[in-house]
Design a protein around this ligand. Structure first.
Ligand code: NAD
Length: 254
């Protein structure tokens, strides 16, 4: 069954001129970064943690902001290395089949692996941004201030609140980045989703956009998603194994 699904997935990728990829937290769990909703997810283990990710709470709760900065300083992303799932997507890009890689991840591991055409729809942990004036600075510069004794460092330009340049619940997506993601979903003749529960909107709706534009849908995820019924193929194998197996099989046909 599993082999059959992997073979069907490889045939789909091989038959596609342009593959658009959409990744989620699941592709980075094998790099040691927990997801939110998987069996060992941050929110599965501690549902109250979800509160921390709303913009409104961040704006109004100074203690939560201080905890957020401590958590950012200790985030697993600072030591994590890309895994074989990330690397397989680099191979796919180099095979000239991939149009763009849209990711919900904020960890920078696709870029660290060597992916070039990455669209970060939920922003990045590698930068901090002022919620008042919009000024951005490298996250490590702000984390150095936290370590030096500023538990909730303000913007040095305007005194506003700083936050990681990531999209929290209640915070709008960057319209330009979102337009690029929609264009990428429309441009592909296959949308390959890897490691997303597809429960976060509007990102999950990229599946509808792709299928509505005539693309096929291939979902690689350990657990069921609301879009499985729309998919042509669903692969449940671990993401450190399925993308390398599928991409390897596709490249062997070239
Ligand atoms: P999610 O936590 O909602 O879902 C992850 C899915 O991946 C789950 O269904 C889980 O079963 C599956 N999964 C986990 N490890 C897997 C593996 N090794 N093999 C196969 N499947 C596996 O994640 P999402 O859909 O990306 O949710 C959206 C939000 O999570 C995004 O906004 C994203 O910014 C945020 N997030 C990002 C990171 C990161 O950057 N690494 C980490 C945690 C959360």
């Amino acid at each position: 069954m599993a082999l059959d699904q992997l073979e069907r997935a490889a045939r789909q990728v091989a038959a596609s001129g342009t593959v658009t990829v959409l990744t989620g937290a699941g592709i980075s769990t094998d790099s040691g970064i927990p997801d939110f909703r998987g069996p060992n997810g941050v929110w599965t283990k501690n549902p109250a943690a979800e509160r921390m990710f709303t913009l409104q709470t961040y704006l109004t709760d100074p203690e939560l902001r201080r905890r957020s900065w401590r958590d950012r300083a200790e985030h697993a992303a600072w030591t994590a290395q890309p895994n074989s799932g990330h690397r397989a997507l680099v191979e796919l890009e180099r095979s000239a089949r991939m149009g763009a890689l849209v990711t919900q991840n904020i960890d920078g591991l696709h870029q660290a692996a060597g992916s070039g055409r990455v669209i970060e729809v939920h922003g990045t942990l590698h930068a901090a941004q002022c919620l008042s004036c919009g000024a951005r600075s490298p996250m490590q510069v702000v984390l150095a201030r936290v370590t030096a004794g500023e538990p909730d460092p303000p913007c040095e330009l305007c005194g506003g609140l700083l936050k990681s340049a990531t999209v929290s619940f209640g915070q709008a997506l960057d319209p330009q980045v979102w337009r690029a993601a929609v264009s990428a979903a429309r441009a592909g003749d296959l949308l390959l989703v890897a490691g997303s529960s597809l429960q976060v909107q509007p990102v999950a709706s990229l599946c509808d956009v792709a299928v509505g534009s005539g693309a096929r849908l291939l979902i690689m995820n350990a657990e069921a998603t609301p879009y499985d019924a729309l998919a042509d193929v669903v692969v449940r194998e671990p993401l450190a194994e399925a993308p390398p197996a599928v991409v390897g099989s596709v490249l062997a046909r070239d």
